[in-house]
Design a protein around this ligand. Structure first.
Ligand code: ZN
Length: 128
């Protein structure tokens, strides 16, 4: 799953949480679930650009110290291992998260599902 979509999903789900800690955990759990869904991934530069934009938008909308931002970080941080493996050109067998290795969702050709999920999450973030 695109890291920016992970961040938006974690931020949206954190609206259901009472604390920053809960938001962080819910975000991390949502990462595993989302990675198991069929999706298409991007290259590292595109991932970094979109993740920066998503985190910036969440920070502007809800604040950098908000539980929504904590949820976004919890959801996006597991992809650091993807970045490290790609940047260091390590074998994918070095990945720790099961959904980054054995239980990764089927690869799709398009981004429709992720765009729809991102739109729903953005809408949830605009609710009071
Ligand atoms: Zn991932």
């Amino acid at each position: 799953m695109i890291a920016a979509v992970h961040a938006l999903t974690g931020a949206a789900l954190s609206r259901l949480c009472r604390t920053h800690g809960q938001a962080l955990v819910v975000g991390a759990v949502s990462h595993v679930v989302a990675d198991a869904l069929p999706h298409r991934d991007l290259g590292v530069p595109e991932e970094a650009l979109l993740l920066g934009a998503a985190l910036g938008a969440i920070g502007i909308m809800r604040g950098g110290g908000s539980k929504e931002f904590a949820g976004a970080m919890g959801a996006a941080l597991p992809d650091l291992e993807n970045l490290m493996v790609r940047a260091l050109k390590l074998p994918e067998s070095r990945l720790l998260l099961p959904t980054h290795r054995d239980y990764h969702g089927r690869k799709t050709r398009g981004f429709g599902g992720q765009i729809a999920l991102a739109a729903v999450c953005l809408a949830a973030l605009t609710l009071p």
